[in-house]
Design a binder for this molecule. Structure first.
Ligand code: SF4
Ligand code: ZN
Length: 310
């Protein structure tokens, strides 16, 4: 098949019916990224953007696109990597981050769970009584990304969540009946807490397989490996369901995201407080007196003490 420009197509975009050559495909991804940034007012020239990077395809494509955007909008950009302390995984993916930042000339900052909270994730998961690894990891990473971004002077925190990630989480929150979390998925619209750095997701409308192809075509070197802590089974089931549905009904994931976006202003109004309080211990934004991170740190301390005694 041929692209409309006459070159040989490398990609069939089923949800739009287009066949695209490598050059038109890359332009299409860059255009979608630009449209998402513009239509949501994600970045202004006064912004300092912290780009959360892991070494995987999504975050490195995002870093690459943000770096390209700096030619048009003169904002400041730095990369922020979190080392959770997962032996054989994060220590192998961080060199991809270092290399990308050196190539693009983007400053890189690395923060670790061990230095920030006192425990590497592997130490926490070695406890006898524990919840799933991702429950600690997600809470600690979100907290550290926010506090480190703020301390480093960022006005926005850019995350590489793609269309697949977004549509999976929308559906998971709906199926779990987690209305509060469902209502918090968008970008914060109100100024609710000085300590909170607004999060932006410029890849949220781009499917995962297009991110992979873009990375390959743009020569972006990334880590293919998955985290050894198996992703939760429920998410895998939702992913499988969405992929099967998308196969039979192209455009399903986009439709789910569009539906959420139409609901979001109402959810935001109804569910987001006008003032988000701070944790009474660490000062990070938290809906409850003690934030989830501090609560988990207490539980880890107790769990490790019990392990020592036994
Ligand atoms: Fe953390 Fe879970 Fe992701 Fe691994 S899979 S990096 S443990 S959230
Ligand atoms: Zn706290």
């Amino acid at each position: 098949m041929q692209c409309s420009c006459g070159r040989k197509a490398v990609y069939h975009r089923r949800y739009s019916g287009q066949h695209l050559c490598a050059r038109c495909f890359r332009r299409m991804v860059e255009k979608k990224f630009m449209e998402t940034v513009r239509s949501n007012g994600f970045i202004a020239h006064t912004d300092t953007v912290a780009c959360g990077v892991s070494g995987g395809k999504d975050s490195l494509v995002l870093l690459h696109l943000l770096h390209g955007l700096q030619k048009k909008v003169r904002f400041s950009l730095f990369a922020l990597a979190i080392d959770e302390g997962i032996a054989g995984y994060r220590d192998r993916s961080l060199p991809y981050v270092t290399k990308a930042c050196e190539t693009l000339g983007v400053p890189l900052h690395v923060r670790s769970f061990k230095e920030s909270f006192g425990y590497a994730l592997d130490e926490v998961t070695a406890m006898k009584e524990r919840v799933g690894a991702c429950s600690y990891c997600g809470v600690f990473r979100r907290s550290l990304l926010n506090s480190a971004s703020r301390e480093l002077g960022a006005t926005k925190l850019a995350l590489g969540h793609n269309l697949d990630d977004e549509s999976q989480v929308i559906l998971m929150n709906m199926l779990r009946g987690d209305f509060a979390r469902f209502g918090r998925m968008g970008t914060y619209r109100k100024h609710v807490n000085d300590q909170f750095v607004p999060r932006i997701k410029p890849l949220r409308e781009i499917p995962e397989k297009e991110i992979v192809l873009y990375a390959v075509l743009a020569g972006i070197d990334f880590d293919f490996e998955e985290c050894p802590y198996a992703p939760e089974a429920f998410r895998d089931e939702v992913r499988q369901f969405l992929n099967t549905t998308e196969e039979g009904h192209p455009g399903t994931k986009h439709a789910l995201l569009r539906t959420y976006d139409k609901l979001y202003p109402f959810l935001n109004e109804a569910l987001q407080p006008s003032v988000l309080p701070s944790c009474e211990r660490c000062g990070e934004p938290s809906i409850r007196p003690l934030c989830k991170k501090c609560e988990l740190l207490d539980a880890i301390r107790d769990g490790l003490a019990r392990d020592d005694q036994s």
